[in-house]
Design a protein around this ligand. Structure first.
Ligand SMILES: [Zn+2]
Length: 351
């Protein structure tokens, strides 16, 4: 019965390959190769192409015991500082001797953004480094970096957490995203990860691309490849506050406990606020923005949340909440242009 034998060999290969992924003698990401029980540092070298190359730093903690591979990535937006500092701290905190499995940490994807203090995009090519996945080698720097992160980080991990926060111009209240794919098993694990992370406001995203070849976002690149993953956000407007950094560090550690990569129990959110929809409020005018509410405020539909004046003080636009909900973030600076986002309102899901 050759077909049965083939099936058995096939099954054995599948089992062997998944076991091998979790129980390798060494684990390499870019130039970092860690032996079991060791930490290694290195870079993901993005070669020059139509524009300059870049070297993305990476740390690999290959635990002394087998377990899943968890990737932690921040700094796609290089001025979302709290998330970058959180992963810098984790690099100093983790001990491979105590880890079951492997932790890959990429703390700063977008080095040109960080160094030049340019929010939202990679100043080398003007692209967001969280919109071009899975990337390609014959594109600009962001495309090439995205491709290599897909190959080196996403394809080698079992779970991924993408860390963000409010950018230089965003006053953001901490929240996370849970992607609902429709795959029950995967969604159950990612839901437990997002609850273990500990941020109590959770956006349910059900509209992310399903095609792994057009995944756009980093987390979605892992999610569309069958790896339960989440995105988290804390920090705002260029600040590095202990509360935000602590929430991100503790969240990663708690997810490691949930995945049984570290001893102890996760601290799970007891009363999550599920956000079913995010409604953006855009400015209809260019001018000077004045906020009237703070991040995290609950607003009624139609409530005035800010206004825009011309450059001589005359009010030219009243910004009113497009829905009832929580101000997930509000513009943190006076610079305002027509069509730019004033605030994002999160609509709380009904039970
Ligand atoms: Zn971001």
């Amino acid at each position: 019965m050759p077909s049965l034998i083939t099936a058995i060999i096939g099954l054995a290969l599948v089992l062997a390959s998944s076991a091998a992924a979790q129980d390798r003698a060494t684990f390499s990401v870019g130039s970092a190769t860690a032996a079991r029980g060791q930490k290694a540092i290195g870079v993901i070298e993005v070669p020059a192409g139509t524009d300059a190359g870049t070297s993305i730093p990476v740390a690999v903690f290959h635990g002394s015991k087998p377990g899943p591979a968890l990737a932690l990535v921040s700094g796609a937006h290089g001025t979302e500082y709290a998330s970058i500092i959180a992963l810098e701290k984790l690099i100093g905190l983790l001990n491979p001797a105590e880890i079951s499995g492997t932790v890959i940490i990429v703390p700063l994807v977008n080095i040109p953004s960080f160094e030049r203090k340019v929010p939202h995009v990679n100043p080398v090519d003007g692209k967001s480094m969280n919109r071009m996945y899975p990337g390609k080698m014959d594109g600009t720097q962001t495309d090439r970096a995205s491709f290599l992160i897909t190959k080196q980080v996403v394809e080698q991990c079992d779970h991924l957490i993408d860390l963000h926060g409010g950018d230089l111009d965003e006053s953001l209240r901490p929240y996370s995203y849970w992607t609902k794919t429709g795959n029950e098993q995967q969604d159950r694990i990612s839901r437990e990860m997002v609850l273990a992370f500990g941020l109590d406001h959770i956006i349910i995203s059900a509209d992310r691309p399903k095609d792994p070849q057009a995944s756009r976002y980093l987390e979605n690149t892992a999610t569309t490849r069958g790896k339960p993953s989440i995105t988290v956000e804390a920090g705002h407007a260029g600040t590095v506050e202990a509360e935000d950094v602590g929430a991100l560090v503790n969240g990663c550690l708690s997810v490691m406990r949930y995945l049984k990569m570290a001893p102890g129990s996760p601290s799970v959110v007891e009363q999550p606020v599920w956000i079913e929809k995010v409604v953006p409020l855009a400015s209809e005018q260019t001018g000077v923005f004045y906020p009237l509410v703070r991040r995290g405020t609950y607003v009624q539909q139609g409530m005035k949340v800010g206004y825009v004046t011309d450059y001589l003080g005359k009010t030219i636009f009243e910004a009113r909440a497009p829905a009832q909900g929580v101000v997930l973030y509000i513009c943190a600076v006076p610079s305002m242009t027509k069509g730019a986002t004033i605030a994002n309102i999160g609509v709380v899901a009904r039970e």
